[in-house]
Structures are given as structure tokens and as C-alpha cells.
Design a protein around this ligand. Structure first.
Ligand code: SAM
Length: 322
């Protein structure tokens, strides 16, 4: 097992199935272009072999499928069928929910029981302004159908000043009523926001401001979360829970166990590092040839992790998957 000086190792793998997306969220996609065709993406069986190799080479236990938007990938069904056979403790998926209703049977068949659905507002106009694609009612209907099938849903919201701060309480109330767990994600300095300091600072809402806002409407208390969890977790007694992924305010680098594999075959050991390691060619090789070479690259990817604090990076989130 590859472990660093801080005792960190890779346990959680995020595979970006495609860099293409049917949204162009203002904080993620700089030029506002939706559905830009992704180039040189690996076939589903090669990516799934990558997951199998990384289970062995890095000790991966849990897989999250992300993107771009994973549900628009023509390779989704084949990838799901392949990874469902692997020795993973858990497979989850992050989606914008636009195609959720349609894809629920395949997700269920692959054993997926937990979903993260990204939703930044309940206001249809703000939704179109931020996501620059998609339809709010379709997302809400998809989440309801998934819940009716027994799936657990976490809703990801990025609160931003001047964009959707007025939606923090309505979205929290909606999630509490529906039995979804809302997770606020502090805006990250990724992609164009890593270069545009002013745009980042103007929109950023930190943990303290967020909790103060929530405290105006709800009594809450912090509860324990697993050691390598990214989210701080809070309980509103009698109503439910919410979480905050506070990359900036309370960095979780010291316990980070995440490894990312892009659809084009690059390994990323850290969101904050601009380093990446090409493994696309290795994934086409037989196991006995691939694993030793993969392990050498994993040592480098683990060394890319920040010691203490998230500092942002130029990689666009829709390429790396969040
Ligand atoms: N298309 C899927 C979705 O919408 O969930 C998966 C990919 S998306 C890149 C994954 C997550 O990253 C979303 O919850 C999105 O809100 C978040 N994200 C993207 N850019 C971000 C940024 N600059 N700061 C914080 N979160 C970001």
C-alpha cells in the first residue's frame, strides 16, 4: 500500500466519465459553452480496467462516477456494467439530475443506492442564469423518482454572493422536507476562478457566514463525521441534517484520501496541484505489466497532495469531476 508521511493513502476514486456537460455552470465553465464534444476519451472497458487496476495498485475501496455530466456519456451503461462486477464497497454518482429519470434503471442495476445531485437554486430564472442549460422541474422530478426507488440523495449547492445566497434557506427547507441531505460546497478557486481573484472573492461565501445565515432560521448542532469525510455535518434536531464542504475555511487536506481519473486517462492526486500523470497507455496493458508502472505513478500522485490547505488549481472542474 502506498502511504505518505502524513499517513494518507488513496481510498476513494473519482472517475470523470466524460468532460462534456449539458450545463455550463458559471463557476465551472468559463466560456458558457455547453455540450462541447470531449476529445480522446478512453473506451468504457479501458476506464473500468483502470478502476480494477487502481483497486489493486492503490487500495481503492469506493468509487464515485462524475464528469462533466456522467449521465450524458454514451459509455455510461458499459462502464456501469463493468464496475458493478468489481470488489468495491460502494459506487456512487454525482449528476446534475437532468437525465436522472431516464437513467435510474441502469443506476439501480449497477447497485448504486446513493446519489449526489447538484442544484444551486429553486428559482427557475436563477437556475438558467447559473447552470446555463437544463430545466429545474426535470431535476426535481428526477430526484423524487430516485427517492421513491429508495435511493439516498445528497444535494450539492455552491452558495455564491450575488448569485444564489437568497436560496440557502429555501433550498435547505426543501431538502429537509424531502428527506434529502443538503451539502453546501464553498466556492473553489478552480479553472478560471483560480486566475480571476476578484470574481472569486466577490462571490465566495465562507463557513461562518453560511452558518450565521442558517442560524437565523434553525437551531443546529455539529455532529461527528467519518475521519476522511470532506463535509462537516450538522443536525437540525427533529428536521434532519446538512453538511458543509469548507475547502477554504476548514481544509481537509490532512486526511484527504481522494484520487481522480479523467476520461482521457490522467491521474490527479490533488485538486490543488497542477500536476497530472498519464495512465491511458498503461490501462491498455495486461495487469502484470500495468501494476508496477501504475504504482510508481501513484507515489508521485500522492506526493502532489497539499500538506495543509486547499489552494485552488487551474484544472477546470468539469474535466476533473469535482
Ligand atoms: N455534472 C455533475 C454535477 O453537476 O454534479 C458532475 C460534475 S460537477 C463538476 C461536480 C460538482 O462540482 C458539482 O456539484 C459542482 O457544483 C461542483 N463545482 C464545480 N465547479 C466548482 C467550483 N469552482 N467550486 C465549487 N464547486 C464546484
Amino acid at each position: 500500500m502506498i502511504v505518505d508521511r502524513q499517513g494518507r493513502r488513496f481510498r476513494n476514486l473519482r472517475v470523470s466519465l466524460t468532460a462534456a456537460c449539458n450545463y455550463a455552470c458559471s463557476y465551472c465553465v468559463p466560456n458558457g459553452k455547453r455540450l462541447v464534444a470531449a476529445q480522446d476519451e478512453l473506451p468504457a472497458d479501458t476506464l473500468a480496467r483502470g478502476v480494477a487496476y487502481l483497486i489493486e495498485a492503490a487500495g481503492i475501496e469506493r468509487l464515485r462516477i462524475t464528469g462533466g455530466e456522467p449521465l450524458i456519456s454514451p459509455r455510461l451503461d458499459a462502464f456501469l456494467a463493468a464496475v458493478a462486477q468489481l470488489a468495491l464497497q460502494d459506487i456512487t454518482l454525482t449528476t446534475n439530475g437532468q437525465l436522472l429519470s431516464r437513467k435510474l434503471p441502469q443506476l439501480q442495476a449497477a447497485g448504486i443506492r446513493r446519489l449526489n445531485v447538484s442544484l444551486d437554486t429553486l428559482d427557475p430564472l436563477a437556475f438558467r442564469r447559473i447552470a446555463r442549460g437544463g430545466d429545474l422541474a426535470t431535476v426535481l422530478a428526477g430526484m423524487q423518482q430516485a427517492r421513491a426507488l429508495g435511493m439516498q440523495i445528497k444535494v450539492n449547492m455552491v452558495p455564491m454572493r450575488g448569485q444564489n445566497l437568497d436560496q440557502v434557506l429555501p433550498l435547505l427547507d426543501y431538502c429537509l422536507e424531502q428527506g434529502f441531505e443538503l451539502r453546501f460546497i464553498e466556492l473553489m478557486r478552480m479553472g478560471h476562478l483560480a486566475r480571476d481573484h476578484n470574481a472569486f472573492v466577490q462571490q465566495f461565501v465562507g463557513l461562518d457566514s453560511l452558518l450565521e445565515l442558517i442560524g437565523q432560521a434553525h437551531a443546529y448542532q455539529q455532529v461527528d463525521a467519518p475521519l476522511d469525510a470532506t463535509a462537516l455535518r450538522y443536525q437540525i434536531p427533529g428536521r434532519g441534517h446538512f453538511g458543509v464542504i469548507a475547502n477554504e475555511s476548514v481544509p481537509f487536506c490532512r486526511t484527504c484520501s481522494r484520487l481522480r481519473l479523467s476520461s482521457t486517462g490522467w491521474l490527479h492526486g490533488c485538486l490543488s496541484s497542477n500536476n497530472r500523470h498519464y495512465v491511458g497507455d498503461l490501462l491498455a496493458k495486461p495487469r502484470h505489466e500495468a501494476l508496477p508502472a501504475l504504482q510508481r505513478l501513484l507515489v508521485k500522485a500522492l506526493a502532489d497532495k497539499q500538506e495543509l490547505a486547499f489552494s485552488g488549481g487551474v484544472t477546470v472542474m468539469k474535466v476533473i469531476g469535482g
